[in-house]
Design a protein around this ligand. Structure first.
Ligand code: ARG
Length: 496
């Protein structure tokens, strides 16, 4: 029996047990992280003189070779070996023999190894997703610039409410997505801590240096408590929660585009490249990308429930239940990344039907609130009095099959209620564009307010973009430092 843990057993596991328990194919994506973690671990063992220099050199040379093979895709994993960690150790032993190769697992357990790998991998993915989000928000901001003076219907309760600008609508999502970015930063902070050196659950009697591996691996400090570090998966829950909230926000955007691109709304048009046809109805153009984005958030929510349920009954100390964290995490990451990136592309090509928006605003009394405001400002009414007068005007216009765009009808309805307004004055408080542009309060929809919103968003985005760049650079630097430390250990004469 050549299993690394085989000596205690009389029998090998059955093929069905292997199928049921192995994770090699799932954690294949951890291979580079596993080797990076192993290199850092061996550098540390060498510096602490837990290994003699010759052993450290042999192990590091071997690991550097394996890192290269894994990087260029020539390192084959064997599913019979159960998981990525045992694959790697087996490779080292096959190349160096049991006497030296067998030392790599000194002062380490798969229990701290697997969370180290997962954290290394996950933090990269979080940063990648954040970069995609920055790009998405940039597109929303960019498209807003050209659309500050274009009217869109603003809805509440699914009913036309007040005229807003297209830029205002677009920036509402930019504003929302910045918070998603921040939730991911929080998830990154929770993820980027070093569990390595916790060993199986209780720490170790070897004189290890945990801050050293933390530095080499680019972690922001230690996950100090060994039992907590090996048992906890809340960093995954935080990440998948952040992904779920992000997906729910994107799903709302997708839902709006499905609705707004229908004949009935006809406010936007989805680019042909982001739509497909019907196999039977030749006239159909279906907005399938946004429909699928709306649906796909279900899979991400599923991952959150999956991990929450998996973890809730697991006692402290590693239990193999915890290895079920990866498939839902991978799925949530993959689905969110692909959704953010394709939604960004399709939003950059979405076109707006400006005339239709004006027509809907006019036909649906969306400027009535501003008429009431005008009566307050100019005619000495309390807001509730003005509201009642305007409501009565609207009721009478509806009866007469007219709208607020029929200025003379509006004038005569007002006159019946003892309010004198000339038609020229009325234009300004009844035309959607003018009304949109009068909402000048901070955060409102006027061009002036949206200009300020855009400046704020731009500033927030730049700040986050810079932080992101720094985080990515410091992780790259950590990897470079680890590889260099390993080479230097192998060949102290060489500077790097
Ligand atoms: N494959 C395991 C996982 O993904 C690694 C740790 C297994 N440890 C153990 N004692 N079986 O979580």
């Amino acid at each position: 029996m050549d299993k690394l843990w085989g000596s205690r057993f009389e029998k090998d596991i059955t093929a069905a047990v292997l199928d049921y328990t192995q994770t090699t194919d799932i954690d294949e994506r951890l291979i580079l992280s596993d080797i990076w973690g192993s290199i850092a671990h061996v550098v540390m063992l060498g510096r602490q003189e837990i290994l003699i220099p010759a052993e450290g050199r042999a192990l590091l040379k071997c690991l550097l070779g394996l890192y290269e093979e894994a990087g260029n895709g020539t390192l084959e994993l064997n599913r019979e070996l159960e998981d990525v960690h045992l694959n790697l150790e087996q490779q080292v032993i096959a190349r160096l023999g049991l006497q030296v190769g067998g030392k790599i697992h000194t002062a380490r357990s798969r229990n701290d190894q697997v969370v180290t790998d997962t954290r290394l991998y996950l933090r990269e993915k979080i940063l990648h997703l954040q970069a995609e989000l920055v790009h998405f928000i940039e597109i929303l901001i960019h498209r807003s610039g050209a659309n500050m003076g274009k009217v869109m219907v603003g809805y509440t309760h699914g009913q036309p409410a007040q005229p807003v600008s297209v830029a205002f609508w677009l920036t509402s999502y930019a504003s929302m997505l910045i918070r998603d970015f921040d939730r991911l930063t929080h998830a990154f902070t929770g993820t980027n801590k070093n569990p390595l050196g916790s060993c199986a659950l209780a720490g170790t009697s070897f004189p290890i240096d945990r801050p050293l591996t933390a530095r080499l691996l680019g972690f922001d400090g230690l996950l100090l408590h060994a039992l907590d570090a090996t048992s906890s998966r809340d960093f995954i829950l935080e990440t998948v929660s952040a992904l779920s909230i992000l997906m729910s926000n994107i799903s709302r955007m997708a839902e709006e585009i499905v609705l707004f691109s229908s004949y009935e709304y006809n406010l936007v048009e989805v680019d042909d490249a982001y739509s497909t046809g019907s196999s039977i109805m030749p006239q159909k153009k279906n907005p399938v990308v946004v429909e699928l984005a709306r649906a796909r958030c279900g899979r991400v929510f599923g991952s959150l429930i999956h991990v929450l349920t998996m973890v809730k009954g697991v006692p402290m100390g590693y239990n193999v239940d915890l290895q079920e964290d990866k498939p839902p995490l991978w799925r949530a990451l993959d689905d969110t990344l692909s959704t953010v990136s394709i939604m960004r592309e399709q939003m950059s090509r979405l076109t707006f039907n400006y005339q239709r928006a004006l027509d809907l605003c006019r036909a649906n009394f969306t400027t009535a609130t501003e008429l009431a405001n005008h009566l307050v400002k100019e005619k000495g009414f309390s807001f509730r009095q003005a509201y009642q007068v305007t409501g009565t005007v609207v009721k009478e216009l509806i009866k007469a099959n007219k709208t607020l765009a029929d200025l003379s009808a509006v004038g005569s309805e007002l006159r019946k209620l003892q309010v004198e307004m000339d038609i020229e004055q009325l234009k300004d408080v009844i035309e959607p564009f003018q009304v949109m542009d009068q909402q000048v309060s901070q955060g409102g929809t006027s061009r002036k307010s949206v200009k300020e919103i855009l400046e704020v968003l731009q500033g927030e985005l730049e700040k986050r973009g810079d932080e992101l760049k720094q985080r990515r650079q410091s992780l790259e630097q950590a990897l470079t430092n680890t590889l260099q430390a390993a080479r230097q250990f192998c060949d102290p004469e060489s500077a790097g």
